[in-house]
Write a protein that binds this ligand. Structure first.
Ligand SMILES: Cc1cc2nc3c(=O)[nH]c(=O)nc-3n(C[C@H](O)[C@H](O)[C@H](O)COP(=O)(O)OP(=O)(O)OC[C@H]3O[C@@H](n4cnc5c(N)ncnc54)[C@H](O)[C@@H]3O)c2cc1C
Length: 472
């Protein structure tokens, strides 16, 4: 007999959170801490969403653990536990290698200043001007200036410097030089303040500790529970349909993709026409490809850096970077200290990817393209780890279709939507009383830190909404 994932569930909660990504988890934790009854529904068997992992042949592979800003420490300490915050450590070896430059950096303001001054011969005042302008950008600034114009202002005609500043961001979320400078400035200055951070112990332990904390705070967590519909009546939320069952609630927070939340879970007919028009203009972010490389037990890899941004493209070219045959990839090298005591090494190669390049292939073409992706990745890695093929005992690849399948993100979007999604996400409660969204939108509210922080913001809004008796 199949398991009843909703066994002993209550018929009503104060809050239902749809999705256990970092936004949903953080939001659920804060609301439960605040004394509200919270039900968390996740369609997958694991929590974490894109912040996830999988186990194969004695290896544990982290999917989205490449690096996040130092702000994650404060967020985890304040809204989770000191124990979770203490898992966060800095990655010191960030390496770039492409035809225009090759160096290793700690990826902080001081070191970038040194590199720009000594290697790229940029005058100090331009460097200072650039950093100060980036740091002072905020969400309420206009979006008139593009990233290209911003770079040209301080580093005119220097496509090598533009590449250094932009390539790592484009790798991650596919942003281009034509996106607003504001979105670049906020993401970049977050990272540039004090470098790049990761989790010691791996994503499995990090999310595992979050799960324990949620249970301690009384959250009713149900995995393998797919929400099919958000129930609304007269512009008011009533609950959800999950695994064929109706559960009532005063508020619903969707951590599902913003566009699926609107068009699928709620339905266009329940929103005003002008809101739907706005929502239709929201663009999804790009997706990713990854290759997971398991190193045989007992084999070693010399230190080649923690994060290695590589490319054979002569110049920075966002289109090349997102194409199926790109030579641009980021290697995350997980040394045994990632999971102390394991003695295991693994490597994850990531590249940006367009969903359409993968979605329309026949089954055979798809299988072959994945094999090619793996072989091209190993060819590229050979330069840094000679005889890499002899050291491997597990290989697998993921494509935009894989990310879509496991998280239900439309087109496998790795960072939700582009910047215009934020306004639409924040506008949901004005359309339907008690309906909220949290999770990756607008670049600023995406990635591990952005998603978690957006969870905090929405938890505060929901708390206010519930404490005023659920009125507008
Ligand atoms: C390959 C890759 C590498 C990345 N690397 C980094 C990195 O190095 N640093 C960084 O900061 N960020 C990185 N990110 C991005 C980061 O992981 C995400 O931005 C962040 O984790 C998203 O959190 P979220 O709250 O939006 O939820 P998501 O992770 O999107 O999770 C949403 C959850 O909702 C669930 N769900 C959806 N619909 C339903 C439904 N109807 N019913 C029930 N459950 C549902 C899904 O199963 C999922 O668990 C990476 C992403 C990818 C794909």
């Amino acid at each position: 007999m199949s398991q009843d994932w909703l066994k002993d569930i209550k018929s009503e909660y104060d809050v239902i959170v749809i999705g256990g990504g970092l936004g949903g988890l953080t939001c659920a934790n804060m609301l439960a801490r605040g004394g509200h009854s919270v039900l968390l529904l996740e369609q997958h068997y694991n929590l974490g969403g894109l912040a996830t992992w999988f186990k194969r042949k004695g290896h544990i592979f982290d999917i989205a653990l490449h690096g996040f800003p130092v702000g994650m420490v404060k967020t985890c300490r304040k809204y989770w536990t000191p124990e979770i915050a203490n898992m966060i450590v800095q990655l010191k070896g960030i390496r770039f290698d492409n035809p225009q430059f090759s160096f290793t950096t700690t990826y902080d303001r001081e070191d970038f200043t040194r590199i720009m001054e000594q290697r790229f011969k940029i005058p100090r005042e331009n460097i200072e001007g650039f950093f100060n302008t980036a740091r002072n950008m905020n969400f309420y600034d206009g979006q008139g200036m593009t990233t290209r114009e911003f770079f040209e202002k301080f580093f005119p005609g220097r496509d090598d410097v533009h590449r250094m500043l932009m390539e790592s961001i484009t790798y991650a979320n596919g942003s281009t030089l034509d996106d607003p400078a504001l979105t670049y400035g906020i993401v970049f200055s977050n990272f540039m303040s004090k470098g790049v951070y990761t989790v010691r112990g791996g994503t499995d332990q990090f999310i595992g500790k979050m799960q324990k904390e949620l249970l301690r705070n009384g959250v009713d967590i149900r995995t393998k529970c797919l929400v099919e519909k958000i129930i609304t009546k007269d512009k008011k939320v009533g609950g959800v349909m999950v695994n064929g069952k109706k559960i009532r609630s005063k508020s619903v927070i969707s951590n599902s993709n913003l566009l699926s939340t609107i068009h699928k879970l709620v339905g266009d007919e329940n929103f005003s026409r002008s809101f739907i028009e706005e929502a239709k203009k929201v663009r999804l972010n790009n997706s990713s490809c990854q290759v997971y490389i398991g190193i045989k037990k007992g084999e070693k890899i010399d230190y080649i850096g923690d994060l290695l941004f590589t490319s054979e493209a002569k110049k920075f070219d966002p289109q090349e970077l997102c194409s199926r045959n790109t030579t641009s990839r980021t290697f995350s090298i997980y040394y045994p200290q990632t999971r102390p005591g394991s003695g295991m090494y693994s490597i994850v190669a990531s590249s940006n990817a367009n969903y359409e390049d993968w979605a329309n292939l026949s089954e055979e073409e798809y299988r072959n393209s994945k094999k090619e992706l793996i072989q091209r990745t190993l060819d590229a890695l050979e330069k840094y780890v000679p005889k890499i093929r002899d050291k491997i005992d597990y290989l697998e690849a993921a494509t935009p279709k894989t990310f879509q399948r496991y998280t239900l993100h439309l087109n496998g979007a790795s960072f939700g939507t582009k910047f215009e999604g934020l306004k639409v996400s924040m506008g949901l409660p004005k359309e339907i009383l008690g309906l909220f969204h949290t999770g990756s939108v607008g670049i600023i509210m995406s990635g591990w830190l952005g998603a978690a922080n957006y969870g905090v913001i929405v938890a505060n809004d929901v708390d206010k909404f519930l404490s005023t008796g659920g009125v507008r």
